[in-house]
Design a protein around this ligand. Structure first.
Ligand code: CUA
Length: 158
């Protein structure tokens, strides 16, 4: 089969580009811990306020000092609105919604979750620097979307 020289050149160029893209995915996944969400956990959005960890959302302290924070993202507030945790310990945020799609982004960290009704979104972060970190909803969720914010108050290391 006769393949034109330039056609062959472009086939190799396309193959090389694919190799670079796949290589970039592998490098960021391995070296940068950049993974797609893999935490699929379902919850009944109709009973969130009635029972379970999201009925009384807030901070749970574990024996090793780490924290788990359950948060309900709903029209147009995060419950609890303010979260107090110390610096230097792993903090796992577990967030869900009883109504519509919301966002959960902690400014200044790499925590950026999509919060869908019926699912628990989870991310773990260790705050190295004490201070106040803004939480914003970055998915348009309705007329009060721009008012939907909270904060993480990070205290001195334990
Ligand atoms: Cu909640 Cu935008």
């Amino acid at each position: 089969m006769q393949v034109d020289r330039y056609e062959r050149l472009w086939m190799w160029a396309a193959t090389a580009m694919l190799a670079v893209f796949i290589g970039a995915i592998v490098v960021t996944a391995v070296a940068g811990s950049n993974h797609p969400p893999s935490h699929t956990e379902v919850v009944n959005p109709d009973t969130l306020g009635v029972r379970g960890e999201f009925a009384t959302p807030g901070v749970t302290v574990h024996p090793d000092g780490s924290r788990t924070v359950a948060i309900r993202a709903e029209f147009y507030v995060f419950r609890p609105e303010r979260v107090h945790v110390p610096a230097g310990v792993p903090v796992t945020f577990r967030v869900t919604s009883p109504d519509v799609l919301h966002g959960f982004q902690i400014v200044g960290t790499n925590v950026n979750l999509t919060v869908a009704p019926g699912y628990v979104s989870q991310a773990t972060v260790t705050f190295e620097t004490p201070g106040e970190y803004l939480i914003v909803c970055n998915e348009y969720c309705g007329l009060g979307h721009h008012l939907m914010q909270g904060s993480v108050i990070v205290g001195a290391p334990r």
